[in-house]
Design a protein around this ligand. Structure first.
Ligand code: NI
Length: 137
């Protein structure tokens, strides 16, 4: 079993805000992340795919194919967008990095499987210090 990883980058705005709470409660829990005028991050998305080496190519999965899947199905929906307002697959959900990682998994897992790969991990880096990893469970 070998793992391959592809990094893609995007920038997006968001706000952490629970509409079921008062503004006071939101600022208490989320601090400046609840700022009504949003704030932005330069995200790194690292997609880890595992599998056996294919005899014909020597690849687990063609990284060019993986790159295109990530860009066409994920990055195009997120880059230069507002995660609270612009992204259909986040509608009605908290715009946290955790939730976003899970939604990215749901999109990519079947697409990667169709190409013969097995999605192992979605790693989403929100800042240099804050990361989320999701392994599908
Ligand atoms: Ni933030």
């Amino acid at each position: 079993m070998v793992h391959i990883q592809r990094r893609e980058r995007f920038n997006a705005a968001h706000r952490l805000y629970n509409p079921d709470w008062t503004d006071e409660r939101n600022f208490e829990v989320f601090g400046p992340c609840a700022n009504p005028h949003f704030h932005g991050h330069n995200f790194n998305l690292i997609v880890d795919v595992k599998g056996e080496i294919q005899k014909d190519t020597g690849f687990v999965m063609d990284l060019q194919v993986l790159r295109n899947l990530i860009r066409e199905h994920v990055i195009v929906h997120l880059d230069h967008r507002n995660l609270n307002l612009d992204v259909p697959f986040l509608e009605g959900k908290m715009a946290s990095t955790e939730v976003l990682a899970i939604e990215i998994w749901k999109i990519l897992q079947p697409l990667i499987a169709k190409e013969g790969g097995q999605l192992h991990c979605i790693r989403l880096e929100e800042t240099e210090n804050n990361f989320v990893e999701y392994y599908g469970e």
